[in-house]
Design a protein around this ligand. Structure first.
Ligand SMILES: Nc1ncnc2c1ncn2[C@@H]1O[C@H](COP(=O)(O)OP(=O)(O)OP(=O)(O)O)[C@@H](O)[C@H]1O
Ligand SMILES: O=P(O)(O)OC[C@H]1O[C@H](OP(=O)(O)OP(=O)(O)O)[C@H](O)[C@@H]1O
Ligand SMILES: O=C(O)c1cccnc1
Length: 482
C-alpha cells in the first residue's frame, strides 16, 4: 500500500536554502557522500535494532516537488526562479546503501550511506533521519521488552499513547519486527499484515448490568478467542469467578475453552499467582493469564524472575510506543567525502568531544563473525577501496587510539559486508523483504550476539573499530586541523 500523501517537503528549510547556494554557485553536480549513524544506544543498552528502511525507500523514490510545492516555495520570496525550475524536476539520481532492517547495530557505524549530487543528498537528510530514528528507537525498545518476556507473547497496545497517527502505525511495525506477537492497531494490521490482537475494555464490562452479562455476551460472539478483562470491580472476588462461570456454563458445554483472562490493575504478581491456582483448580490449565499496566522490560523481568508471577502474555503500550525512558534516538547525517574531478576527498567534522568527531572518507562496514561459533566479534569500518581478505590476519583499531587494537587470526573469521545496495543511479535495485522475513532475520541476527551484549545492566560494549588505513586518515586529518 503506497502513501498518497506528498511528504517531500518534510525537510528542514536549511536544506532548501543551502541547495539554492549550491545551485547558484554551479555546484549542483558535485557528488558527495553522507553517512547516517548514531552515537548512543537507548536505555544504556548494548545495541539498537535498525528499522525504517522501507519508509526511507518510499520517501527517496517519491521525492518530487509538485506544482503546489513550488508555488508555496516561490511565495516565500527567497528562491530564484532558476532554482525553483530545477527543483520542479528534481529526482533522486544517486546511490544509497543501507543495513537491512532488523539488523542489530551499534554506535558510530554507518547505517545508511548516500552518494549523490550534493543537492539531492542534502534534501533527503531530514526524512532519512526521522524515519530511521523513530522506528529504530521503537524496535530497540520492543526487542528489550520481548527479551524480558522470555518467549511469552508480547502484544503491542500503544496506539492511544503514541505521538500521533504515524507513530502508532510505524511503531507497531517496528515492534513487530523486534518480535512482538502482534498489535492492537488495526490499521497496522491492514497496512502491513501484522497479526491484530486484543481483549476488551473496562467500558465494555461497565456497559452491561453485571460483569457476568458482559462476559457472556462477549463469549457468545467470540467463543474461540475470548480473553475476559477481570479487574473492573474486584479481580479475585468477582472477575475471575464470573470468567469461570462463563467458561463452565457457556463455553465448555458448547465445545469451547476460555482463551484467557486479563488483569490490568493491582499487584500483578500476587494476582496472577492466585488466579493461576483458581483456574488450575477448575481444570482450566489452558486458560492464559494476560497482564497489562505500564509494563516495561524491567518490570517484566522482575515479575518473572524475582516475583514468580504466573503470566502467559503481556500487553505493552506507552513504555514501548514512546520508548519512555529514552524518547530520542540520536541518528545524525554527516558528510564524509566530496568528489573533485573524479577523486574522493575525505571530509571530517571535528569536535572537542571525541565521540562527536566523525570518521572521514567514503567507507564500508563489515561484521566480523567467528567461523566456528557463528558469533559476531566486532564490526569494522574500512575505506571503500580497501580489500579485506578473511584468510589473512585482520587488525582493527579503536576509533581514536592507535595503541588500542585487536588482531583476528586469518582463516578463523568471516567478513560480512553490512551495507547493501538499495538505489543505484536513482533506480531501486533492492527487493524489500516481507515483514515476516525481516522479523525472522532479526531474530536470527540477534542470536549471533553474545548474551553479554544483550543484557540490560552494564552490557558489554560491542566494538566498532577502524582499519589502520581509515584510522591513519582520521588521525592525519585531526593533526592537520589542530
Ligand atoms: N508485582 C508488581 N511489581 C511491580 N510493580 C507492579 C506490580 N504490580 C503492579 N505494578 C505496577 O504498579 C502500578 C499500579 O498502580 P496504579 O496506580 O496504576 O494502580 P492500578 O493498580 O493500575 O489501579 P487502577 O487502574 O484501578 O487505578 C502500575 O504501574 C503497575 O505496573
Ligand atoms: O499501560 P500501557 O502499557 O500503556 O498499556 C495499555 C493500557 O491501555 C489501556 O488502558 P486505558 O487506556 O484504559 O487506561 P488505564 O491506564 O486507566 O487502564 C489498557 O488497559 C492498558 O492499561
Ligand atoms: O485489546 C486490549 O486489551 C487493549 C488494547 C489497547 C490498549 N489496551 C488494551
Amino acid at each position: 500500500m503506497k502513501e498518497v500523501r506528498n511528504l517531500s517537503l518534510v525537510m528542514d528549510f536549511y536544506e532548501l536554502t543551502m541547495s539554492q547556494v549550491y545551485f547558484e554557485d554551479g555546484l549542483k553536480d558535485t557528488e558527495v557522500v553522507f553517512d547516517l549513524f548514531y552515537r548512543r544506544n537507548p536505555d544504556n543498552g548494548g545495541l539498537a535494532v535498525f528499522c525504517g528502511l522501507e519508509q526511507i525507500i518510499d520517501y527517496v523514490q517519491n521525492l518530487r516537488f509538485e506544482p503546489e510545492d513550488i508555488e508555496y516555495l516561490a511565495g516565500l520570496g527567497q528562491f530564484t526562479p532558476e532554482f525553483l525550475d530545477y527543483l520542479a524536476n528534481i529526482r533522486f539520481t544517486g546511490d544509497l546503501w543501507a543495513i537491512p532492517e532488523g539488523t542489530p547495530v551499534f554506535p558510530h557505524e554507518p547505517l545508511v550511506r548516500v552518494k549523490a549530487p550534493i543537492i539531492e543528498a542534502q534534501l533527503v537528510e531530514t526524512a532519512l533521519l526521522l524515519a530511521l530514528n523513530h522506528q529504530t528507537l521503537i524496535a530497540t525498545k520492543a526487542r528489550r521488552i520481548v527479551q524480558a518476556a522470555e518467549g511469552r507473547p508480547v502484544m503491542e497496545f500503544g496506539a492511544r499513547r503514541a505521538h500521533n497517527f504515524d507513530a502508532a502505525v510505524m511503531g507497531a511495525r517496528a515492534a513487530y519486527i523486534a518480535g512482538c506477537a502482534g498489535t492492537a492497531t488495526t490499521y497496522a494490521g491492514q497496512k502491513f499484515g501484522i497479526p491484530v490482537l486484543g481483549t476488551m475494555a473496562h467500558s465494555f464490562v461497565q456497559s452491561y448490568p453485571t460483569e457476568y452479562d458482559a462476559f457472556l455476551a462477549y463469549a457468545k460472539q467470540f467463543p474461540n478467542s475470548c480473553t475476559l478483562l477481570i479487574d473492573t470491580y474486584n479481580t479475585l472476588k468477582s472477575g475471575i469467578q464470573n470468567a469461570i462461570r462463563v467458561a463452565k456454563e457457556y463455553l465448555e458445554p458448547n465445545g469451547y475453552r476460555l482463551k484467557g483472562v486479563r488483569i490490568d490493575s493491582g499487584d500483578m504478581a500476587y494476582l496472577s499467582k492466585k488466579i493461576r491456582k483458581i483456574l488450575d483448580d477448575n481444570g482450566m490449565q489452558d486458560c492464559a493469564i494476560v497482564v497489562s499496566n505500564s509494563l516495561d522490560e524491567y518490570l517484566i523481568e522482575s515479575l518473572i524472575h524475582q516475583q514468580g508471577a504466573k503470566i502467559d502474555s503481556f500487553g505493552v503500550g506507552e513504555n514501548m510506543i514512546c520508548s519512555k525512558n529514552t524518547p530520542v534516538f540520536g541518528g545524525v547525517y554527516k558528510m564524509s567525502a566530496v568528489n573533485h574531478d573524479g577523486e574522493w576527498i575525505p571530509r571530517i567534522k571535528i569536535s572537542e568531544n571525541d565521540e562527536k568527531t566523525t570518521d572521514p572518507g567514503y567507507k564500508n562496514l563489515y561484521r566480523i563473525l567467528d567461523k566456528e561459533e557463528g558469533k559476531a566479534i566486532a564490526d569494522v569500518i574500512a575505506l571503500q577501496d580497501e580489500v579485506l581478505d578473511p584468510e589473512k590476519d585482520l587488525t582493527i583499531y579503536h576509533p581514536m587510539k592507535k595503541w588500542k587494537y585487536k588482531t583476528i587470526v586469518g582463516g578463523t573469521y568471516e567478513l560480512r559486508p553490512l551495507l547493501v545496495e538499495i538505489f543505484r543511479n536513482g533506480e531501486l535495485v533492492y527487493d524489500c523483504p516481507t515483514l515476516e522475513g525481516i522479523r525472522a532475520y532479526s531474530k536470527r541476527e540477534m542470536d549471533t550476539l553474545w548474551e553479554e551484549i544483550k543484557r540490560f545492566v552494564n552490557p558489554q560494549v560491542y566494538y566498532v573499530d577502524l582499519t589502520e588505513k581509515l584510522l591513519d586518515l582520521k588521525l592525519g586529518m585531526l593533526e592537520e586541523y589542530k
